[in-house]
Structure formats: structure tokens, C-alpha cells
Design a protein around this ligand. Structure first.
Ligand code: GRF
Length: 194
């Protein structure tokens, strides 16, 4: 992740119950000094940082990030508010087992400004999408979506906060099911369960 880490916190809280069926083996970030890293440290989870600026190219950063993730041998990689696009090297290793959450209903409003773009368009409902990461921007096969109403007096901030409440619930529910029941990706169709 790259920021406040409320999605991470929701996963950490869920993982505190052994019945949830998953645990967080490590938390990585692309920058220092963020609340998300502090949340992981408070939970006693190993952390690592991979900064683009420490590498001579985006490709070297991408490989270094993949190496750091690989060291923890995860079964699933969750991008939870990670504000960088992973590249080819990362996807070579973790494609098909990396999910990301986007604060809009894909395929509408991809990119960095999902809540603002939804508000500007004037849609009456928006939401959040969990998807299997591919090489595009928020284009991967959809695991789950959750719908949130847009209120007449919403600001970008109030709308994003409402989306984040639903987004966290969706993430916890879906990651738990993926861990307990497994999942398959057939083309653009993601099926939870065996
Ligand atoms: C989430 O809405 C995520 O989808 C978006 O940024 C937000 C991150 O929130 N890309 P947090 O860091 O988990 O609190």
C-alpha cells in the first residue's frame, strides 16, 4: 500500500480471527513514513519498502519489488491502496494471484480519480471493484463489486469515504473467500470456490 492503510487495517483485524482462514505475512510500501506501515508494525507484521527513486529504471524497481514480495512466499498479493502500477516483471511472477481494489465500478472511471470522476459525471451510484491485476489500469478480471449511492450534497471526500467503508467490507469478504475456498480465473470470469 501507499497511504493511510485502512484497507490493510480491515484485513489485519479480520485475520486476528483464526476462522478467517488467512494471515498477512508481510506488508510492503513504495514510500516511507505512512500510516499503513505503522499499522503493520503495531500488528507485528514484517514490513518492507521499495522506492522507485532507489532504482535506475522503473523496470529495476519492478523486479526489486517482486523480489521483496517473493521472499515472503505469499499465496495471494493484495494491492490495498497501492498507488503505483506494477509492471511486466512483477506480473511474470505474481500475475493471476494479485488483486487490487479500485474505488469505482469498473469498467467506469479507471485511474487515480475514480470518486472525483464519478461525481463529475453525475452518476447516481458508484462503488468499488476488486479485480485480478493485469497490465492495464484497473482493467483486470473482476472478483467482486460493491455499490454505493451518490448523494446530492456529496463532495469528492464524502463520496470517497462512503466508498471506502463498502470497499473494506468487500475486500475482507472476498479475500477470506479466496483464501478459504480458492479461486479460478477463466478469461475474464473469476470464480470463487473450487
Ligand atoms: C482506496 O479507496 C483505494 O481503492 C484507493 O485509495 C484508497 C486507499 O485507502 N486506491 P487506504 O490507504 O486503504 O486507507
Amino acid at each position: 500500500m501507499s497511504g493511510s492503510g485502512t484497507n490493510l487495517q480491515a484485513l489485519l483485524d479480520a485475520c486476528a480471527d483464526p476462522a478467517y482462514g488467512a494471515r498477512v505475512v508481510a506488508v510492503g510500501a513504495d514510500r516511507d513514513g505512512i500510516e499503513g506501515l505503522a499499522r503493520a508494525e503495531r500488528a507485528g507484521i514484517p514490513t518492507f519498502v521499495a522506492r522507485v527513486s532507489d532504482h535506475s529504471s522503473r523496470g529495476y524497481w519492478d523486479r526489486a519489488l517482486a523480489d521483496k514480495v517473493a521472499a515472503f512466499e505469499p499465496d495471494l498479493v493484495v494491492l490495498a491502496g497501492f498507488m503505483k502500477l506494477v509492471g511486466e516483471k512483477f506480473l511474470d511472477r505474481f500475475g493471476g494471484m494479485t488483486v487490487n481494489t479500485h474505488p469505482a465500478l469498473s469498467p467506469s472511471f479507471p485511474g487515480m480519480h475514480g470518486p472525483a470522476d464519478a461525481l463529475a459525471y453525475g452518476v447516481k451510484v458508484t462503488g468499488a471493484t476488486l479485480f485480478v491485476v493485469d497490465a492495464g489500469v484497473d482493467t483486470g478480471a473482476i472478483v467482486a463489486q460493491t455499490v454505493v449511492p451518490v448523494e446530492d450534497d456529496d463532495t469528492v471526500e464524502s463520496l470517497h469515504e462512503r466508498i471506502k467503508v463498502a470497499e473494506r467490507a468487500m475486500l475482507v469478504e472476498s479475500v477470506g473467500r479466496m483464501a478459504r475456498e480458492g479461486f479460478t480465473v477463466e478469461g475474464r470470469r473469476v470464480r470463487l470456490g473450487g
